[in-house]
Design a protein around this ligand. Sequence first.
Ligand code: ZN
Length: 281
Amino acid sequence: MPELPEVETIARGVNARVRGDRIIEAWFGSHREPFKTSPARQAKGLVERRIHSVHRTGKHIVVELGPQIDRGARSEIEIAAQWIVHLGMTGRLLVSTPDAPLAKHTHARVRLESGHELRFVDPRRFGRLEFRDLTKAKMFGGPGAEPLTIEGQEFAKLFRGRKLAIKAALLNQKLLAGVGNIYADESLFRAGLRPRKRAGKLTKQELEALRKALKDVLEHAIRLGGSSVSDYVDADGARGFFQLEHYVYQRAGEPCRSCGTEIKRIVVAGRSTHYCAKCQH
Ligand SMILES: [Zn+2]
């Protein structure tokens, strides 16, 4: 399952390749699952629009689009529609040349003026494609705050009075968007906090340490991932995302990299959780 840093890396890579390009034609497959909006509506909605930018919101890739050029739009500058891609478990968004062999499980092909094609490939079909016409629907945005940009006060407010474990709170997508299991465990280790601690009991200092740790871990992963962007967007879409050097995640029974104590594994909010009993309080 692609985590936030991977989605960010993919969005940046795709953005660098297709920003400013224009959609000429769109083709969609016949499997129903990947389409939150019907394939016919997506195909009709996408064509003749300029791609303003591609960015990440939570774990979604959002393609910002201008108005349809042939519908008498006055300006191409405004953002008039969005194509929202969720990769699910096995989804990939590729920028290909049209002659690149079509991967098995390709559910969407979007042909661009430059000759490039955006392709959505997803063997298990847990991914989702959605089209939004912003003259009729609201701009896409999940309920959760962005962990990379949230400020200290706002971050603290998310957890105030909450009785659930801090690990569970970090994973709650209604509070923070896109934080997965790896980054929750790793940021709690870096902040020196036990995963089962009640979210509402954390002090201002602890919350600030956690906010910074989470941001650092995510940014570090994005920096490392940047070098493997091409692996995501080349013709055959070979995967090659780096592995962050984990301190605790999936290291149960191994010595803590900081103090040598054996890393413990527990279950919090139904998720496998790893921590060092000496470094985390
Ligand atoms: Zn330790």
